[in-house]
Design a protein around this ligand. Structure first.
Ligand code: ZN
Ligand code: ZN
Length: 239
């Protein structure tokens, strides 16, 4: 499979040439081209991307609001996301269920529930082609079934909203927000995933790339004996 990071920016105002557009991952294999998420700054761009399907992680503006004018293909999302997107003019709605893999061409997408938002519950996707798997979680506090989600993954593609500082908040007994890259690198170490790619970049990364933040992230990864790379808009990965 070939991954193309069409967008790597989180839900922030700042944009740079490396992180210009909201997080959007294109997964391609043979004749199939699938997009994951379509945030509001992708509005009007879908015709030129020509996807065969779109999978949504959750219904936040930076992940779903680019679908306000419809989509040229089936869209897969959870029942909770569909409730929030009820008014969207999407004819081909498909509902995904936790841990029920959806096959599309040679690719399989298995949704795993993530802690991230109370109002817009999120999933991450374990994406597989044959024996090759990666896990995509652009917005995440916690993966309840982390061992199953990450087992034998070549890559963990995670949330770059913050590097060290916790953006995790609590309402009642529910956690929401974003877990730092540092903690996600520890998950990789624990689950035997050799490499993390960081996407959904927040202010700290987007404004700090010239000022040493990449070196700081590299040091955090080295300490956990995993590899890391901060993805940028246009980056391609062949697996
Ligand atoms: Zn987001
Ligand atoms: Zn979100």
């Amino acid at each position: 499979m070939k991954l193309t990071f069409l967008g790597t920016r989180g839900y922030i105002e700042t944009a740079t040439p490396r992180h210009r557009r909201h997080s959007l991952l294109q997964v391609a294999s043979a004749q199939t081209r699938v997009l994951i998420d379509c945030g509001e700054d992708w509005l009007g761009e879908l015709a030129s991307l020509r996807p065969d399907a779109i999978f949504l992680t959750h219904a936040h503006p930076d992940h779903a609001w680019g679908l306000q004018e419809g989509a040229p293909c089936p869209v897969f999302a959870t029942a909770e996301s569909w409730e929030l997107l009820a008014d969207y003019p999407l004819a081909e709605r498909r509902t995904v269920l936790p841990r029920e893999p959806v096959r599309f061409g040679n690719l399989t997408f298995e949704p795993f529930p993530l802690q991230h938002s109370i109002r817009a519950p999120a999933v991450g996707y374990r994406i597989s082609e044959g024996e090759v798997s990666v896990f995509y979680a652009p917005d995440v506090v916690y993966i309840a079934e982390r061992a199953e989600a990450l087992q034998r993954c070549r890559l963990y593609i995670g949330d770059g909203a913050t590097v060290r500082q916790s953006f995790v908040r609590k309402e009642g007994d529910q956690l929401f927000g974003h877990t730092p890259v540092m903690t996600q690198l520890t998950w990789c170490r624990k689950e035997g995933v050799a490499k993390m790619l960081v996407t959904h970049c927040g202010e700290e990364i987007v404004t700090g790339e010239e000022k040493g933040v990449l070196e700081e992230i590299a040091a955090l990864a080295r300490a956990r004996q995993v590899e890391v790379e901060v993805a940028w808009d246009g980056m391609e990965v062949q697996l």
